[in-house]
Design a protein around this ligand. Structure first.
Ligand code: DGJ
Length: 371
């Protein structure tokens, strides 16, 4: 395992430091647009995953893509997440948009910058004014050859958002290429209701149908609604995902051996709680709750299954080219310092068909069987 260059991880690239020192906080979002010097050599190589440790991109800067997902396209991996603005807390307007990284091995990531930016000169008002732009989930829709990004888009207070009446939208943006730029296509309201929905997953079922599965506001039931063929809007009614206990959020689905699994969390704001796991014979349920899948303890914060190692689920990724291999992905939320929030990636094991997510200080893809 190549040791990560510690001083390179949590600090910005050296070329950006003078700029950071001189810039006023108001411009901190623009900093997000700063791309590193293309001539600068890569400084960081990793040979495996180190859950809970700072994760440097190829230039040595801690990856800034939270509430994320990973999408494969033409043999490469794309990590999309919310870019948190340095110096802002989660109580402030602190997201610059969706940041994308690309990798050939899932371990070493190259920064592709903001693929959707709230600071773009021509940014739509919904984006520019958004109080929250978080938890992006991207899919590739084969039928339209389009990448579609969905994201929590909470309007400012004047438009009913955070601390207004708590209205919550789902933003939608599309791109012909994985690295954007994504073109904003407006928002929809989960459950066709002005209060909308919170945390969500986008589930592509075996028949190609795409569903928005989300936490209904204000009662926090987990509901699902089918999206239109172009993936841009819900069609028809939303239904409750039967058997999923109330107040389950941070949902992430995966399929194995004819079963559908749902990993999620309880509801405790940014604080960790025990992970939840459900299984069903079909996506629409009914779901049955399984035991907490987590085992072991994260030695960095001494947290185990009772707090999901200090993390909260965001995505389950099926490893390309490996049989029956999934990686459970979590954020380690840091509401006071979100730009330095962390990540936990762990392999999903199965014990008698029950998913188990065991803590590992470090690991690599050799834990998965070759195809
Ligand atoms: C839990 C969600 O999963 C997070 O993404 C975030 O929205 C916090 N709640 C806010 O309290």
């Amino acid at each position: 395992m190549t040791p990560v260059l510690k001083n390179k991880i949590l600090t910005p690239h050296p070329h950006t430091i003078p700029m950071i020192k001189s810039i006023v906080p108001l411009l901190s979002g623009l900093l997000a647009l700063t791309t590193v010097n293309a001539a600068e050599p890569d400084v960081t190589r990793h040979s495996g995953f180190r859950p809970g440790q700072p994760w440097a991109d190829a230039r040595g800067v801690h990856i800034n893509a939270h509430g994320f997902c990973v999408v494969d396209f033409e043999g490469r991996h794309y990590w999309y997440g919310a870019h948190k603005i340095e110096g802002k807390t989660e109580d402030e307007k602190n997201e610059a948009g969706i940041r994308c990284y690309v990798s050939d091995d899932l371990v070493n990531w190259e920064d592709k910058g903001l693929v959707l930016s709230v600071f773009a000169p021509d940014a739509h008002r919904d984006l520019a004014e958004a109080f929250i732009l978080d938890r992006p989930k991207v899919i590739y829709k084969q039928s339209t050859r389009t990448f579609i990004a969905y994201f929590k888009l909470y309007p400012p207070k004047e438009r009913g958002g955070k601390s207004g009446k708590d209205y919550a939208w789902v933003g939608v943006a599309t791109s012909a290429t994985p690295t954007g730029p994504f073109d904003y296509k407006g928002y929809f309201l989960g459950n066709h209701n002005k209060y909308g929905t919170g945390d969500f997953a986008i589930h592509q079922d075996e028949d190609g149908a795409v569903y928005h599965v989300a936490v209904r506001k204000p009662d926090k039931a987990l509901i699902y609604g089918r999206l239109s063929d172009d993936g841009l809007r819900p069609v028809g009614e939303y239904k409750v995902l039967e058997g999923v206990t109330g107040h389950t959020e941070a949902p992430a689905f995966f399929r194995r051996g004819g079963k559908v699994y749902l990993l999620g969390s309880g509801t405790s704001g940014w604080k960790p709680n025990p992970a939840r796991m459900f299984v069903a014979d079909r996506f629409a349920g009914p779901y049955k709750e399984l035991p907490n899948p987590c085992r072991g303890v994260n030695p960095i914060n001494k947290l185990g299954p009772e707090k999901t190692f200090g993390g909260q689920s965001t995505f389950v990724y099926q490893v390309a080219g490996r049989k029956d291999s999934w990686i459970a992905m979590f954020d380690i939320n840091k509401p006071e310092d979100p730009v330095n929030a962390g990540y936990i990636w762990l392999p999903v094991e199965f014990e008698a068909d029950q998913p188990v997510i065991r803590w590992r200080d470090q690991w690599d893809l050799s834990v998965f069987a070759e195809p």
